[in-house]
Design a protein around this ligand. Sequence first.
Ligand code: G3P
Length: 218
Amino acid sequence: MKFFVDTANLNEIREAHDLGVLDGVTTNPSLMAKEGIAGNDKIRNHYKAICDIVDNNVSAEVISTDYEGMLKEGRELSKIDKKIVVKVPMIKDGVKAIKQFTKEGIRTNCTLVFSAGQALLAAKAGASYVSPFIGRIDDISVDGLDLIAQIRHIYDNYGYQTEVLAASIRHTMHLIKCAEIGADVATCPLKVITDLLKHPLTDIGLEKFLADHKKANS
Ligand code: G3P
């Protein structure tokens, strides 16, 4: 499973990259705003800065909601760096734009996906990634992980190449369950990745190993 970090914070992206397990980055307009990145030039420069840190797969989201606007914006974003994946919302014009980007060889991430039907449309349009939002589905008292399993099943039925990118991951259990189900990618805050490190028996075991070594060598 690929690990993407879901942030526009350069320090967090550097930390995740330095850990050696990072496969990409996802951003969205809210995450960019959280970092105070506003204005076309600053936004472009920030995406470039992210691309300079990671090896591949930097999702940059379009703001337009009409077909022509999305095409213009997506083409410009894709020229920033070959690592850019154009993130397009799951709306009618978005599906049409994904189809066109696919024809042009521009990779896409279809975002704001909350149903299997939407995921099917994204795959048929040729999206490189589909982003179902697990946490936000959980927030309305429906199990978001069930959607990941449903999409995995449907894509496997027909051999769709669209990668299932589980998004809106809030904690390690989400991530581990996604791995069990067979999501291709998990995107999450850095904390979820570093939380995977934690186990009290690891800490206790290490302490004992070091104490025994010290005793034997003193
Ligand atoms: O990748 C989508 C993600 O940023 C949404 O996460 O926690 O705002 O639902 P959240």
